[in-house]
Ligand binder design. Sequence first.
Ligand SMILES: [Zn+2]
Length: 248
Amino acid sequence: MVGVVAAAAVAVELLPGLEATGADRTAPTAGIEAADDPLGTPLAPPAGGGAHQFAQLQDDGVAPVAYDPCRPVHYVVRPDNAPYGADLLVSDAVARISAVTGLQFIDDGATDEAPSDTRDPFQPDRYGDRWAPVLITWDTVAEQPDFAADVAGQAGSLAVSVGDGSAVYVTGAVELDAAQFTEIVGRPGGQAVARAIVLHEFAHLVGLDHVDDPAQLMYPTTSAVLDFAAGDLTGLSRLGAGACVPAL
Ligand SMILES: [Zn+2]
């Protein structure tokens, strides 16, 4: 496959000055849905490990920023422009990421929210008193000009912290190129390539960055690698073992 690029993570930043009370609040009530213990267990990493990179590290420079494993990761899908088989592509990727990381995902159904580079992580009018769910969209080139080039998708999450505590991802976005996926799934063998790109993007969503090793699915361009390899699995296992942060 020539030139189909799955772009780097986006929207990774720390929010300043969260305010969880009063009329000007910018964050939901703390601890919504937070359990006392992780909801799932990451797969043990393969013996020997492999190349992986995290999108963002904690202040210690070692531990990755990750989703809170003590609460579910909600997601919504904007169905506009979706290619043939889109529902299965998304549900398969969610199931696979969940199996590897132990993170639990909840499908909140369809939305009409459009993708945005400046998405508000707290939208009480649309989603109620909670962090906005992960937004999955099939973008037009008008919506995401990066897709005019050979970029098939991009994804990332937003990290928040309280005081000196661990940064934790609270929401994110997966943007997929509607026109390019429609073309890919129409090719012989294209379903497997489409699945691989969506898996790659969901790995960005939960906190993996690209690696230079072409044997990994997190290599920046599509290749013969159509599933997670040892390095990807090692990184995803770490990302399923983040800190629980009920203060958010
Ligand atoms: Zn990528």
